[in-house]
Write a protein that binds this ligand. Sequence first.
Ligand SMILES: NC(=O)c1ccc[n+]([C@@H]2O[C@H](COP(=O)([O-])OP(=O)(O)OC[C@H]3O[C@@H](n4cnc5c(N)ncnc54)[C@H](O)[C@@H]3O)[C@@H](O)[C@H]2O)c1
Length: 336
Amino acid sequence: MQTQTFRIGTASVAYHFDGSFTALRSLTDRDHTVIITDENLFALHGKRFKGWNSIVLKPGEDFKVQATVDAVIEQLIDMGADRQTTLVGVGGGVVTDLTGYIASIFMRGISFGFVPTTVLALVDASIGGKNGVDVGIYKNMAGTIRQPRFILHDLAFLATLPDAEWRSGFAEIIKHAAIRDSGMFRQLESHDLTFFRKKKKELAGLIKRNALLKTRIVQADELETGDRKLLNFGHTLGHAIENQYELSHGEAISIGMGFAAALSSVLTGFRQADRVSALLEKYGLPVAADYDRAKVLDVLLKDKKKQQDTIRFVLLERLGKAVIQPIPFTQLANFI
Ligand SMILES: NC(=O)c1ccc[n+]([C@@H]2O[C@H](COP(=O)([O-])OP(=O)(O)OC[C@H]3O[C@@H](n4cnc5c(N)ncnc54)[C@H](O)[C@@H]3O)[C@@H](O)[C@H]2O)c1
C-alpha cells in the first residue's frame, strides 16, 4: 500500500493506493464507524463486512435520492451514531456520493472515508468532495462539497465488477485523457479493456494516474470556479440524457463526449474528433443515440452550467487541452 496525503482546500485527504480492505481497521476505530454499502457488494463481499456496523442500501442511481438520505439518518440515530462517528462508503459512485452527503449533514457534519469499488468511483467519484443526490430527472441537484478524511483502494473488489461497469469507468478515464493527458490518450489507444483487466500492475498504474490527475485539478479549484469545470467534458449532454433513457452514467457521458468532440470540430477547429469516437468505441462505449431533442433541451435549460441565454460548454482544442466556451442556446439547439 502506498499512502500519499493531499491538501484540498482546508482539508487533508489521505490516499491509500493499491491497499487492502483489512487496512481499514488502522484507518478508523471500528467501534465508532458505520459502513454504508449496497446490497450487491454486501452479497458478493459479505465476509469483509463482518464485525463492522453496516447500513446496506438498495443499489443503483434510482436510490441516490433524498428519501435514502432520510432513511439512513434515521438508522444512524437508532444505532446511536454521534459526532465522533466516521461513515465509510464502500461501493461505487452512488454509495460514495450518498455517504459523503449524509456525513456532511448528519449532526452538521461528521468525518467520512471511502473504499471505492468501481473503476468510476476509484478514478472519479471518490475524489474531490462533491456529494449529493438527484432530484427527479435532475442529476446531483442537491449536495455539498466536503472532502473525505481518507480514500482506501482495494482493487480486489474489481474481480466481481460487471462488464458494463468496467466500460462505464473507462469513459471517465478517456475523459481525463482527452482533457488533460494526451500521453494517456495514446496509451489507451495502444491497449484495450481486456489488457487492463488482465494486467494488475498496469491497471493499478492507470487508476493512480487518473486519481492524481483529478486530484490536481480539484486542488487548484475545489469550488469549481475555474479548471474543475473541464471535468464536465461530455457531462452537459450526458446528464441531460442519462436519467431520461436508462443509460448508464458511462454510456451517457460517452455519448456526450462524442457530441462535444464533434461540436469542437466546428467551434474550436479541433481535428481529432474521430480519434475520440474511435477510442470510446474501442472500449465498448456508444458515441451516438436517438434522443428526444426537445426533452434534452428542456433539461439543459435547467443545467447548473447555464448562464442566462448561454450554456458553458467544455470543448477540446486539441487532445489533452480542453477549453470552456459559452454557447448560446439557440446555437446549441441547432447542433443537438
Ligand atoms: N462525486 C463526484 O465527483 C462524481 C463523479 C463521477 C460520478 N459520480 C456519480 O457516481 C455515480 C455512478 O457511479 P458508479 O458507476 O460507480 O455506480 P454505482 O455506485 O451505481 O455502481 C454500479 C453498480 O455496480 C455495483 N458494484 C459496485 N462495486 C462492485 C463490485 N466491486 N463488484 C460488483 N458489483 C459492484 C453496484 O452495486 C451497482 O449496481 C453517479 O451517481 C454519478 O453521478 C460522482
